[in-house]
Design a protein around this ligand. Sequence first.
Ligand SMILES: NC(=O)c1ccc[n+]([C@@H]2O[C@H](COP(=O)([O-])OP(=O)(O)OC[C@H]3O[C@@H](n4cnc5c(N)ncnc54)[C@H](OP(=O)(O)O)[C@@H]3O)[C@@H](O)[C@H]2O)c1
Length: 383
Amino acid sequence: MKNIAILGATGSIGLNTLDVIARHPDEYSAFAVSAHSNWKSLNELCKKHMPKYAILVDEEAANNLRKLAPKGVEVLSGENALDDIASHVQTDFVMAAIVGGAGMSSTFSAAMAGKRIMLANKESLVLGGALLMNAANKSGAEIIPVDSEHSAIFQCLQAGKEGLNKIQLTASGGPFLNMPFVSLSKVTPEEACNHPNWKMGQKISVDSATMMNKGLEVIEASFLFNLPATHIEVIVHPQSIVHSCVYYDDGSVLSQMGLPDMRSAISYALSFPGRQLSGVEVLDLTKQPPLEFFPPDMKKYKCLELAYQAIKQGGNAPGTLNAANEVAVDAFLKNKISFLDISKIIEKTLNETPTQNLDTLPSVVENDQLSRQLALSLISKND
Ligand SMILES: NC(=O)c1ccc[n+]([C@@H]2O[C@H](COP(=O)([O-])OP(=O)(O)OC[C@H]3O[C@@H](n4cnc5c(N)ncnc54)[C@H](OP(=O)(O)O)[C@@H]3O)[C@@H](O)[C@H]2O)c1
Protein backbone atom coordinates (compact mmCIF):
# COMPACT_ATOMS: atom_id res chain seq x y z
CA MET A 1 0.00 0.00 0.00
CA LYS A 2 1.44 3.37 -1.01
CA ASN A 3 0.53 6.49 0.93
CA ILE A 4 -0.14 9.39 -1.43
CA ALA A 5 -0.03 13.08 -0.47
CA ILE A 6 -2.15 14.98 -2.96
CA LEU A 7 -1.08 18.62 -2.84
CA GLY A 8 -3.64 20.72 -4.73
CA ALA A 9 -6.35 18.10 -4.19
CA THR A 10 -9.30 20.39 -4.99
CA GLY A 11 -7.93 21.27 -8.44
CA SER A 12 -8.33 19.56 -11.76
CA ILE A 13 -5.22 17.34 -11.42
CA GLY A 14 -5.91 16.68 -7.73
CA LEU A 15 -9.45 15.45 -8.39
CA ASN A 16 -8.29 13.26 -11.28
CA THR A 17 -5.62 11.78 -9.01
CA LEU A 18 -8.18 10.93 -6.35
CA ASP A 19 -10.33 9.32 -9.05
CA VAL A 20 -7.45 7.02 -10.11
CA ILE A 21 -6.48 6.23 -6.52
CA ALA A 22 -10.07 5.28 -5.65
CA ARG A 23 -9.99 2.67 -8.43
CA HIS A 24 -7.14 0.84 -6.65
CA PRO A 25 -8.00 0.78 -2.94
CA ASP A 26 -5.60 -2.12 -2.29
CA GLU A 27 -2.66 -0.28 -3.87
CA TYR A 28 -2.99 3.35 -2.78
CA SER A 29 -4.42 5.40 0.02
CA ALA A 30 -4.99 9.16 0.10
CA PHE A 31 -2.73 9.91 3.05
CA ALA A 32 -3.03 13.70 2.84
CA VAL A 33 -5.02 16.20 0.78
CA SER A 34 -4.42 19.95 0.50
CA ALA A 35 -5.97 23.12 -0.86
CA HIS A 36 -5.33 26.82 -0.52
CA SER A 37 -8.64 28.04 0.96
CA ASN A 38 -11.42 25.96 -0.56
CA TRP A 39 -12.37 24.25 2.71
CA LYS A 40 -15.85 23.19 1.61
CA SER A 41 -14.51 21.13 -1.31
CA LEU A 42 -11.70 19.78 0.85
CA ASN A 43 -14.23 18.69 3.44
CA GLU A 44 -16.15 16.75 0.77
CA LEU A 45 -12.89 15.07 -0.24
CA CYS A 46 -12.15 14.23 3.40
CA LYS A 47 -15.57 12.59 3.80
CA LYS A 48 -15.05 10.52 0.66
CA HIS A 49 -11.36 9.54 1.00
CA MET A 50 -10.73 9.75 4.77
CA PRO A 51 -7.11 10.96 4.63
CA LYS A 52 -4.99 11.15 7.76
CA TYR A 53 -4.24 14.83 7.13
CA ALA A 54 -6.06 17.72 5.44
CA ILE A 55 -4.05 20.90 4.88
CA LEU A 56 -5.32 24.39 4.15
CA VAL A 57 -2.79 27.16 3.60
CA ASP A 58 -5.33 29.75 4.68
CA GLU A 59 -5.68 29.83 8.48
CA GLU A 60 -9.33 30.95 8.58
CA ALA A 61 -10.33 28.25 6.09
CA ALA A 62 -8.50 25.68 8.22
CA ASN A 63 -10.46 26.78 11.31
CA ASN A 64 -13.71 26.34 9.36
CA LEU A 65 -12.67 22.85 8.30
CA ARG A 66 -11.62 21.90 11.85
CA LYS A 67 -15.24 22.36 12.96
CA LEU A 68 -16.61 20.02 10.28
CA ALA A 69 -13.91 17.54 9.26
CA PRO A 70 -14.74 13.88 9.86
CA LYS A 71 -13.30 12.26 12.99
CA GLY A 72 -9.81 10.87 12.36
CA VAL A 73 -8.82 13.59 9.88
CA GLU A 74 -6.27 15.99 11.36
CA VAL A 75 -6.47 19.51 9.90
CA LEU A 76 -3.17 21.36 9.45
CA SER A 77 -2.65 24.92 8.25
CA GLY A 78 -0.03 27.16 6.68
CA GLU A 79 2.57 26.76 3.96
CA ASN A 80 5.00 24.90 6.21
CA ALA A 81 2.45 22.14 6.69
CA LEU A 82 2.70 21.42 2.93
CA ASP A 83 6.47 20.98 3.25
CA ASP A 84 6.05 18.82 6.35
CA ILE A 85 3.59 16.48 4.64
CA ALA A 86 5.64 16.33 1.42
CA SER A 87 8.59 15.03 3.46
CA HIS A 88 6.57 13.08 6.07
CA VAL A 89 8.06 9.70 6.92
CA GLN A 90 4.73 7.99 6.09
CA THR A 91 4.33 9.71 2.70
CA ASP A 92 5.44 7.47 -0.18
CA PHE A 93 4.38 9.47 -3.26
CA VAL A 94 3.65 13.20 -3.58
CA MET A 95 1.29 14.47 -6.26
CA ALA A 96 2.64 18.00 -6.85
CA ALA A 97 -0.51 19.63 -8.24
CA ILE A 98 -0.52 23.07 -6.65
CA VAL A 99 -0.81 25.74 -9.32
CA GLY A 100 2.06 28.19 -9.90
CA GLY A 101 5.25 29.04 -8.03
CA ALA A 102 3.37 28.39 -4.77
CA GLY A 103 4.00 24.69 -5.42
CA MET A 104 7.78 24.98 -5.48
CA SER A 105 8.59 24.73 -1.78
CA SER A 106 6.69 21.49 -1.16
CA THR A 107 8.11 19.96 -4.36
CA PHE A 108 11.63 20.71 -3.10
CA SER A 109 10.73 19.31 0.29
CA ALA A 110 9.62 16.04 -1.35
CA ALA A 111 12.76 16.00 -3.51
CA MET A 112 15.08 16.44 -0.54
CA ALA A 113 13.25 13.70 1.35
CA GLY A 114 13.71 11.20 -1.51
CA LYS A 115 10.03 10.74 -2.36
CA ARG A 116 8.45 9.79 -5.68
CA ILE A 117 7.24 13.12 -7.04
CA MET A 118 4.43 12.95 -9.55
CA LEU A 119 5.12 16.33 -11.07
CA ALA A 120 2.20 18.31 -12.47
CA ASN A 121 3.52 21.61 -11.07
CA LYS A 122 5.81 22.47 -13.99
CA GLU A 123 6.49 25.87 -12.40
CA SER A 124 8.79 24.17 -9.83
CA LEU A 125 11.14 23.13 -12.62
CA VAL A 126 10.84 26.44 -14.46
CA LEU A 127 11.81 28.34 -11.31
CA GLY A 128 14.50 26.09 -9.91
CA GLY A 129 15.10 23.37 -12.50
CA ALA A 130 18.80 22.64 -11.95
CA LEU A 131 18.49 22.85 -8.15
CA LEU A 132 15.46 20.56 -8.10
CA MET A 133 17.05 17.93 -10.36
CA ASN A 134 20.23 18.02 -8.23
CA ALA A 135 18.24 17.67 -5.00
CA ALA A 136 16.41 14.65 -6.45
CA ASN A 137 19.64 13.04 -7.68
CA LYS A 138 21.23 13.50 -4.29
CA SER A 139 18.36 12.01 -2.28
CA GLY A 140 17.29 9.37 -4.80
CA ALA A 141 13.87 10.99 -5.30
CA GLU A 142 12.09 9.99 -8.51
CA ILE A 143 10.51 12.73 -10.60
CA ILE A 144 7.81 11.24 -12.81
CA PRO A 145 6.19 13.81 -15.10
CA VAL A 146 2.43 14.21 -15.13
CA ASP A 147 2.14 16.82 -17.86
CA SER A 148 0.75 14.69 -20.70
CA GLU A 149 3.51 15.71 -23.14
CA HIS A 150 6.31 14.95 -20.69
CA SER A 151 4.66 11.74 -19.61
CA ALA A 152 4.54 10.78 -23.30
CA ILE A 153 8.26 11.50 -23.76
CA PHE A 154 9.12 9.77 -20.48
CA GLN A 155 7.20 6.70 -21.69
CA CYS A 156 8.91 6.75 -25.12
CA LEU A 157 12.34 7.17 -23.52
CA GLN A 158 11.93 3.86 -21.70
CA ALA A 159 13.28 2.59 -25.08
CA GLY A 160 16.52 4.44 -24.32
CA LYS A 161 18.21 7.73 -25.15
CA GLU A 162 20.88 6.36 -27.46
CA GLY A 163 20.70 7.98 -30.91
CA LEU A 164 18.15 10.54 -29.71
CA ASN A 165 17.93 13.37 -32.20
CA LYS A 166 15.22 15.66 -30.80
CA ILE A 167 11.92 15.68 -28.94
CA GLN A 168 8.74 17.31 -30.13
CA LEU A 169 6.03 18.59 -27.79
CA THR A 170 2.56 18.71 -29.27
CA ALA A 171 0.31 21.70 -28.56
CA SER A 172 -3.42 21.93 -29.14
CA GLY A 173 -3.14 25.63 -30.01
CA GLY A 174 -5.83 26.45 -27.42
CA PRO A 175 -9.19 28.11 -27.99
CA PHE A 176 -7.90 30.86 -30.32
CA LEU A 177 -6.08 28.67 -32.82
CA ASN A 178 -8.24 29.80 -35.71
CA MET A 179 -8.76 33.39 -34.57
CA PRO A 180 -6.82 36.12 -36.45
CA PHE A 181 -4.19 37.97 -34.40
CA VAL A 182 -6.05 41.32 -34.53
CA SER A 183 -9.13 39.84 -32.82
CA LEU A 184 -7.10 38.62 -29.83
CA SER A 185 -7.09 42.07 -28.18
CA LYS A 186 -10.82 41.70 -27.44
CA VAL A 187 -11.01 38.16 -26.03
CA THR A 188 -12.42 37.69 -22.52
CA PRO A 189 -11.15 35.52 -19.62
CA GLU A 190 -14.19 33.24 -20.10
CA GLU A 191 -13.27 32.68 -23.75
CA ALA A 192 -9.61 32.11 -22.86
CA CYS A 193 -10.57 29.49 -20.25
CA ASN A 194 -12.78 27.57 -22.67
CA HIS A 195 -10.23 25.02 -23.87
CA PRO A 196 -11.43 22.84 -26.75
CA ASN A 197 -9.88 19.52 -25.55
CA TRP A 198 -8.83 19.65 -21.89
CA LYS A 199 -10.71 20.56 -18.68
CA MET A 200 -8.15 22.42 -16.56
CA GLY A 201 -7.74 25.12 -13.93
CA GLN A 202 -8.01 28.79 -14.97
CA LYS A 203 -4.30 29.66 -14.93
CA ILE A 204 -3.16 26.79 -17.13
CA SER A 205 -6.15 27.38 -19.44
CA VAL A 206 -5.02 30.97 -20.07
CA ASP A 207 -1.45 29.69 -20.46
CA SER A 208 -2.73 27.31 -23.14
CA ALA A 209 -4.49 30.14 -24.95
CA THR A 210 -1.28 32.26 -25.02
CA MET A 211 0.85 29.12 -25.53
CA MET A 212 2.95 30.14 -22.53
CA ASN A 213 1.98 26.70 -21.27
CA LYS A 214 3.97 25.17 -24.12
CA GLY A 215 6.82 27.59 -23.42
CA LEU A 216 6.91 26.52 -19.76
CA GLU A 217 6.80 22.92 -20.97
CA VAL A 218 9.85 23.45 -23.20
CA ILE A 219 11.75 24.68 -20.14
CA GLU A 220 10.37 21.80 -18.05
CA ALA A 221 11.44 19.27 -20.71
CA SER A 222 14.89 20.74 -20.92
CA PHE A 223 15.51 20.08 -17.21
CA LEU A 224 13.64 16.76 -17.01
CA PHE A 225 15.35 15.19 -20.01
CA ASN A 226 18.62 17.15 -19.82
CA LEU A 227 18.33 18.55 -23.36
CA PRO A 228 19.14 21.99 -24.77
CA ALA A 229 16.21 23.99 -26.15
CA THR A 230 17.64 23.51 -29.66
CA HIS A 231 16.64 19.83 -29.36
CA ILE A 232 13.08 20.59 -28.23
CA GLU A 233 10.49 21.50 -30.85
CA VAL A 234 6.85 22.47 -30.59
CA ILE A 235 4.28 21.37 -33.14
CA VAL A 236 0.59 22.28 -33.20
CA HIS A 237 -1.74 19.25 -33.17
CA PRO A 238 -5.30 20.46 -32.54
CA GLN A 239 -6.80 17.02 -31.82
CA SER A 240 -4.53 16.31 -28.78
CA ILE A 241 -4.30 12.58 -29.58
CA VAL A 242 -0.54 12.34 -30.18
CA HIS A 243 0.86 13.56 -26.88
CA SER A 244 4.48 14.07 -28.02
CA CYS A 245 7.22 12.47 -30.14
CA VAL A 246 10.83 11.37 -29.76
CA TYR A 247 12.99 11.38 -32.91
CA TYR A 248 16.01 9.08 -33.29
CA ASP A 249 18.98 9.34 -35.66
CA ASP A 250 17.96 6.21 -37.57
CA GLY A 251 14.74 7.88 -38.75
CA SER A 252 12.51 6.22 -36.15
CA VAL A 253 9.95 8.35 -34.31
CA LEU A 254 8.30 7.08 -31.13
CA SER A 255 5.13 8.72 -29.89
CA GLN A 256 2.55 8.04 -27.23
CA MET A 257 -1.13 8.45 -28.06
CA GLY A 258 -4.37 8.47 -26.13
CA LEU A 259 -7.56 10.39 -25.55
CA PRO A 260 -7.04 13.79 -23.89
CA ASP A 261 -7.67 12.67 -20.30
CA MET A 262 -5.08 13.42 -17.61
CA ARG A 263 -5.86 10.19 -15.78
CA SER A 264 -3.58 8.25 -18.19
CA ALA A 265 -0.49 10.26 -17.23
CA ILE A 266 -1.48 10.34 -13.53
CA SER A 267 -2.02 6.59 -13.50
CA TYR A 268 1.34 5.95 -15.15
CA ALA A 269 3.11 8.16 -12.61
CA LEU A 270 1.51 6.09 -9.84
CA SER A 271 2.11 2.64 -11.33
CA PHE A 272 5.48 3.21 -13.10
CA PRO A 273 7.17 1.02 -14.24
CA GLY A 274 3.94 -1.00 -14.43
CA ARG A 275 0.56 -0.09 -15.83
CA GLN A 276 -2.96 -0.28 -14.42
CA LEU A 277 -6.55 0.68 -15.21
CA SER A 278 -7.04 4.45 -15.10
CA GLY A 279 -10.67 4.91 -16.07
CA VAL A 280 -9.64 6.37 -19.45
CA GLU A 281 -11.46 5.00 -22.48
CA VAL A 282 -9.30 3.13 -24.97
CA LEU A 283 -8.52 5.17 -28.08
CA ASP A 284 -10.26 4.03 -31.27
CA LEU A 285 -8.25 5.54 -34.12
CA THR A 286 -10.97 4.73 -36.67
CA LYS A 287 -13.35 7.06 -34.81
CA GLN A 288 -10.97 10.04 -34.65
CA PRO A 289 -11.10 13.04 -36.97
CA PRO A 290 -8.07 13.42 -39.27
CA LEU A 291 -4.99 14.20 -37.19
CA GLU A 292 -3.35 17.49 -38.21
CA PHE A 293 0.12 18.87 -37.46
CA PHE A 294 1.64 22.26 -38.27
CA PRO A 295 4.28 24.65 -36.92
CA PRO A 296 3.16 27.32 -34.39
CA ASP A 297 2.75 30.93 -35.51
CA MET A 298 5.42 32.60 -33.35
CA LYS A 299 4.06 36.11 -34.00
CA LYS A 300 0.63 35.16 -32.71
CA TYR A 301 2.05 33.10 -29.85
CA LYS A 302 4.61 35.63 -28.61
CA CYS A 303 4.73 33.95 -25.17
CA LEU A 304 6.21 30.82 -26.73
CA GLU A 305 8.95 32.89 -28.32
CA LEU A 306 9.63 34.59 -24.95
CA ALA A 307 10.00 31.22 -23.26
CA TYR A 308 12.61 30.14 -25.82
CA GLN A 309 14.36 33.49 -25.22
CA ALA A 310 14.35 32.89 -21.45
CA ILE A 311 15.82 29.43 -21.68
CA LYS A 312 18.54 30.72 -24.02
CA GLN A 313 19.34 33.50 -21.52
CA GLY A 314 19.44 30.93 -18.70
CA GLY A 315 20.09 31.82 -15.04
CA ASN A 316 17.17 33.65 -13.50
CA ALA A 317 15.38 34.33 -16.82
CA PRO A 318 12.98 31.31 -16.75
CA GLY A 319 12.00 32.23 -13.17
CA THR A 320 11.44 35.86 -14.17
CA LEU A 321 9.34 34.76 -17.14
CA ASN A 322 7.23 32.54 -14.88
CA ALA A 323 6.71 35.19 -12.20
CA ALA A 324 5.72 37.85 -14.74
CA ASN A 325 3.38 35.39 -16.42
CA GLU A 326 1.60 34.51 -13.16
CA VAL A 327 1.09 38.17 -12.34
CA ALA A 328 -0.05 39.05 -15.86
CA VAL A 329 -2.45 36.10 -16.12
CA ASP A 330 -3.97 37.00 -12.75
CA ALA A 331 -4.46 40.61 -13.95
CA PHE A 332 -6.05 39.37 -17.17
CA LEU A 333 -8.43 37.08 -15.24
CA LYS A 334 -9.43 40.12 -13.15
CA ASN A 335 -10.03 42.17 -16.33
CA LYS A 336 -7.20 44.59 -15.48
CA ILE A 337 -5.24 44.02 -18.69
CA SER A 338 -6.09 42.68 -22.14
CA PHE A 339 -5.11 39.26 -23.47
CA LEU A 340 -2.38 40.75 -25.68
CA ASP A 341 -0.98 42.74 -22.73
CA ILE A 342 0.07 39.45 -21.09
CA SER A 343 3.04 38.94 -23.42
CA LYS A 344 3.91 42.67 -23.32
CA ILE A 345 4.18 42.64 -19.50
CA ILE A 346 6.31 39.48 -19.60
CA GLU A 347 8.62 40.87 -22.30
CA LYS A 348 9.17 44.14 -20.39
CA THR A 349 9.79 42.31 -17.11
CA LEU A 350 12.34 40.04 -18.80
CA ASN A 351 14.08 42.95 -20.51
CA GLU A 352 14.29 45.01 -17.31
CA THR A 353 15.68 42.16 -15.17
CA PRO A 354 19.45 41.61 -15.41
CA THR A 355 20.44 38.01 -16.03
CA GLN A 356 22.19 36.31 -13.11
CA ASN A 357 22.82 32.78 -11.91
CA LEU A 358 20.73 31.47 -9.03
CA ASP A 359 22.60 28.88 -6.99
CA THR A 360 20.40 28.60 -3.92
CA LEU A 361 16.72 28.20 -3.17
CA PRO A 362 16.49 31.56 -1.31
CA SER A 363 17.94 33.33 -4.38
CA VAL A 364 15.28 31.64 -6.56
CA VAL A 365 12.57 32.85 -4.17
CA GLU A 366 14.01 36.38 -4.09
CA ASN A 367 14.16 36.59 -7.89
CA ASP A 368 10.55 35.36 -8.04
CA GLN A 369 9.41 38.07 -5.61
CA LEU A 370 11.34 40.89 -7.32
CA SER A 371 10.04 39.86 -10.75
CA ARG A 372 6.48 39.80 -9.42
CA GLN A 373 6.90 43.31 -8.00
CA LEU A 374 8.29 44.58 -11.30
CA ALA A 375 5.48 42.98 -13.32
CA LEU A 376 2.90 44.47 -10.91
CA SER A 377 4.40 47.95 -11.27
CA LEU A 378 4.37 47.60 -15.07
CA ILE A 379 0.68 46.65 -14.88
CA SER A 380 -0.16 49.69 -12.76
CA LYS A 381 1.65 51.92 -15.30
CA ASN A 382 -0.40 50.18 -18.00
CA ASP A 383 -3.72 51.48 -16.46
N1 LIG B 1 -5.21 20.72 -15.32
C1 LIG B 1 -4.47 20.02 -16.16
O1 LIG B 1 -4.99 19.29 -17.01
C2 LIG B 1 -2.97 20.10 -16.08
C3 LIG B 1 -2.21 19.42 -17.04
C4 LIG B 1 -0.83 19.43 -16.93
C5 LIG B 1 -0.21 20.13 -15.92
N2 LIG B 1 -0.98 20.82 -15.02
C6 LIG B 1 -0.30 21.58 -13.97
O2 LIG B 1 -0.78 21.10 -12.72
C7 LIG B 1 -0.83 22.17 -11.76
C8 LIG B 1 -2.25 22.28 -11.23
O3 LIG B 1 -3.12 22.64 -12.29
P1 LIG B 1 -4.70 22.54 -12.15
O4 LIG B 1 -5.24 22.81 -13.50
O5 LIG B 1 -5.07 21.26 -11.45
O6 LIG B 1 -4.97 23.79 -11.18
P2 LIG B 1 -6.32 24.20 -10.43
O7 LIG B 1 -7.46 23.39 -10.93
O8 LIG B 1 -6.39 25.67 -10.48
O9 LIG B 1 -6.04 23.73 -8.90
C9 LIG B 1 -5.02 24.32 -8.16
C10 LIG B 1 -4.88 23.65 -6.79
O10 LIG B 1 -3.84 24.34 -6.09
C11 LIG B 1 -4.37 24.93 -4.88
N3 LIG B 1 -3.71 26.22 -4.68
C12 LIG B 1 -3.91 27.38 -5.37
N4 LIG B 1 -3.09 28.36 -4.91
C13 LIG B 1 -2.37 27.81 -3.91
C14 LIG B 1 -1.39 28.33 -3.01
N5 LIG B 1 -0.98 29.61 -3.06
N6 LIG B 1 -0.88 27.50 -2.07
C15 LIG B 1 -1.30 26.22 -1.97
N7 LIG B 1 -2.23 25.67 -2.79
C16 LIG B 1 -2.76 26.45 -3.75
C17 LIG B 1 -5.85 25.07 -5.13
O11 LIG B 1 -6.57 25.18 -3.90
P3 LIG B 1 -7.96 26.00 -3.80
O12 LIG B 1 -9.00 25.09 -4.43
O13 LIG B 1 -8.19 26.24 -2.36
O14 LIG B 1 -7.77 27.27 -4.58
C18 LIG B 1 -6.13 23.79 -5.91
O15 LIG B 1 -6.19 22.70 -5.03
C19 LIG B 1 -0.34 23.42 -12.52
O16 LIG B 1 1.00 23.62 -12.27
C20 LIG B 1 -0.57 23.07 -13.99
O17 LIG B 1 0.33 23.74 -14.85
C21 LIG B 1 -2.33 20.81 -15.09
